[in-house]
Design a protein around this ligand. Sequence first.
Ligand code: ISJ
Length: 274
Amino acid sequence: MNGADARENKGEEDVRPWRVAGVSYLNTRPLVYGFRFHPVHRQMVLTEDYPSRIAKQLINDEVDVGLIPIAIIPELPEAYVISNYCIGAEGPVASVCIFSDVPITEIRQLYLDYQSRSSVRLSRLLLERYWQLQPEFIAAEPGFEDQIQGHTAAVVIGDRALKLRHRHAYIYDLAEAWIQYSGLPFVFAAWIANKPLPEAFIRAFDEATSMGLQPGHLDAVIAAHPFPDFDVRTYFTQHISYSLTANKRKGMLRFLQEIHSTTPVHFLTDTVSV
Ligand SMILES: C=C(O[C@@H]1C=C(C(=O)O)C=C[C@H]1O)C(=O)O
């Protein structure tokens, strides 16, 4: 690089590799697909884990941005949403459910998935305000899915939930219940940073997260991720709803109000204080 280039670059935005955390579930494949092709990958390092872990990483500033459960927004001083794509639902989501052998009114104990933050908060809220029931909530540990029997049920999310769908007599879909309760879609996770990031990076990041959702690319994502327990195309196109539309923002803000969040949320175009 010659002297003139160095001077020019000095005035440019920070291009250090940003630490990005994705969710290690099937539903995230379309959102991370573009990182392989888009030049933004040179400005970032991607790691993947389950949602409650990446939530902790963002709170502890071990990552700069992640596909973060929105229920942890109250634990951040500020939240910066840097993509118009999210993990949301406008109807039954299929992969966030209460699995039970008895009707919901007969559940006495409910295991809450240790991998989740949004869905466990949502299930507590809906049991109290929508179903008006008071089961005992139990913080689950790995392997808890095997404890579902009799009056003991469980909230399970992600790929493990898709695999459980034929094993229990009753399935209560939490996105569907939220929509019944609020009249609004639900957002489980969004790409949230804990600090302001350079505008050029955000623009590129938003573009990259949209790539896997384009029809030709979506076919490639589906072909690359066979999943015997559930039809992947149906899951990506009819259950998960990826676009962070105005109505999803409404649903997100309604949920944040219900959990008493006071954290300002900066969207790509404006800032909202709940
Ligand atoms: C719809 C889902 O959304 C997930 C649910 C989350 C949560 O409950 O905290 C977080 C991230 C999302 O990936 C799912 O994984 O099944």
